[in-house]
Ligand binder design. Structure first.
Ligand SMILES: Cc1cc2nc3c(=O)[nH]c(=O)nc-3n(C[C@H](O)[C@H](O)[C@H](O)COP(=O)(O)OP(=O)(O)OC[C@H]3O[C@@H](n4cnc5c(N)ncnc54)[C@H](O)[C@@H]3O)c2cc1C
Length: 397
């Protein structure tokens, strides 16, 4: 491989770029990953690490999540074998999820949602209040309905990103950090043959944009419009405590917040303990551009909802709070395909609040699509050519 030439240039060293780099490099494809910062310096280290099927209703995102769920365990085993015990654990924990409705209205919509999920193959078990408290002894007494999802799991997202990238590099991928994309590299016929950076030109047969919430900006630099926008999310982390929360536990409102495209503030309670003994309490959703200020009103609302689920948290101390930007798509589906408007330009982006979970399936799809092989699931719903995106793609940036 010429030092400045790759088969695929991946823009973005978050979990999506890292997973795609690993999949492609392990199949012998020449990959260069470039990031204007460092690996896992974007949203992939400013989030939670939920690998959820429970929050997804029947549809294409659920299909991708089920595909991903079938890959995570073996991926984690491969990473451990390849990277050895010296590499930090990705903290994969198939702990399962418990969704709780604390109002009668919430119970009605939760049970309706579950019925649809079960038809779509999700293992969703309606449990009564005493079974819920058997799983989570410190749960509120106000349980109108509860559902147990054994397929839900979690990872430590920044370490998972680092591990996928380390694995990609062992397979031969090249990583250029602190290297920003400035624009397209075009041949005399105007075809895309790479990108320009402050360090010079990088040539590649394909350019894969995996720049998370900045993907719209990067696509714009390359000359096309892509409607990815940042959707802010904030979280609280408690100090370490005795292990009192054993599953991913969230209130039934969360499902509505995930599916909504309302730009106004929405909060819902997602509570989980981590291996180190802290409790992670999420999260909010708000379209406020790239405004990274932490908002006390948002954090207070998140805390209040968490206390509704686990009253003992009223006495917990908050150690820190942080926020990130989800890569939001107007039709709530990621784009995993070539751009029909610009041959050679590919996307793996727009995963909103599920990019950690969906990363490994996204990478598998990208690999099969780039190699021209049949894909394990129908890739058309994630194509940039899908009808629901057409109104947003018409204009050139
Ligand atoms: C509060 C919160 C909670 C979340 N919880 C979960 C969860 O529990 N489970 C889950 O699955 N998902 C969750 N998500 C969503 C998840 O974090 C994202 O979907 C995922 O991290 C996106 O990964 P990415 O690789 O696409 O983007 P990123 O991790 O943001 O990576 C993009 C990279 O592109 C680089 N870049 C940008 N512009 C350029 C340029 N011009 N040139 C070169 N490089 C560039 C950036 O530096 C960055 O490193 C959450 C998100 C938030 C905000």
């Amino acid at each position: 491989m010429n030092p400045l030439t790759s088969d695929v240039i991946i823009v973005g060293a978050g979990i999506i770029g890292a997973a795609c780099a690993r999949a492609l490099a392990s199949a012998g494809v020449g990959v260069t990953v470039i990031d204007r910062g460092t690996t896992a310096g974007g949203t992939s280290s400013a989030c939670e690490g939920n690998l959820l099927v429970s929050d997804k209703g029947p549809g294409h995102e659920l299909v991708l999540a089920q595909y991903a769920a079938s890959l995570w365990r073996s991926t984690v085993t491969e990473l451990r074998e390849q990277l050895g015990d010296g590499f930090p654990s990705v903290e994969f924990d198939p702990k399962g999820g418990v969704v709780v409705a604390t109002t009668a209205a919430g119970a009605g919509s939760l049970l309706g949602f579950v019925a649809g999920q079960r038809l779509a193959g999700v293992d969703a078990r309606v449990i009564d209040a005493s079974e819920a408290r058997g799983l989570e002894p410190d749960l509120t007494a106000r349980i109108e309905a509860a559902v147990y999802y054994p397929e839900d799991a979690q990872v430590q997202p920044a370490i998972a990103t680092e591990a996928l990238m380390a694995s990609a590099r062992l397979y031969g991928a090249r990583l250029l950090e602190n290297t920003r994309v400035l624009g397209p590299l075009l041949d005399s016929a105007g075809s895309l043959i790479g990108v320009t950076t402050p360090a010079g030109e990088l040539r590649g047969r394909r350019v894969l944009v995996a720049a998370g919430p900045w993907s719209g900006e990067v696509a714009g630099l390359l000359g096309v419009r892509l409607p990815v926008r940042p959707r802010r999310g904030e979280l609280l982390v408690t100090t370490r405590m005795r292990h009192r929360i054993f599953h991913k536990v969230y209130d039934a409102d969360y499902v509505g917040a995930v599916g909504s495209d309302d730009g106004a503030l929405q909060t819902s309670s997602v509570v989980e303990s981590t291996g180190s003994g802290t409790v992670l309490i999420g999260s909010s959703r708000q379209l406020v551009g790239f405004d990274a200020r932490l908002r006390v009103d948002v954090l207070s609302e998140i805390a209040a909802k968490a206390i509704r689920l686990f009253p003992f948290l009223a006495d917990a101390s908050v150690m820190r709070s942080y926020g990130g930007f989800r890569p939001f798509m107007p039709d709530h589906l990621p784009v995993i395909s070539e751009d029909p408007r610009m041959p050679g330009l590919w996307y793996a982006t727009g995963h909103e609040g599920a990019g950690i979970g969906l990363s490994v399936a996204t990478a598998d799809l990208i690999l099969d699509l780039m190699l021209g092989r049949p894909t394990r699931i129908d890739a058309a719903p994630y194509s940039a050519a899908r009808a629901s995106l057409a109104p947003y793609l018409e204009a050139v940036a």
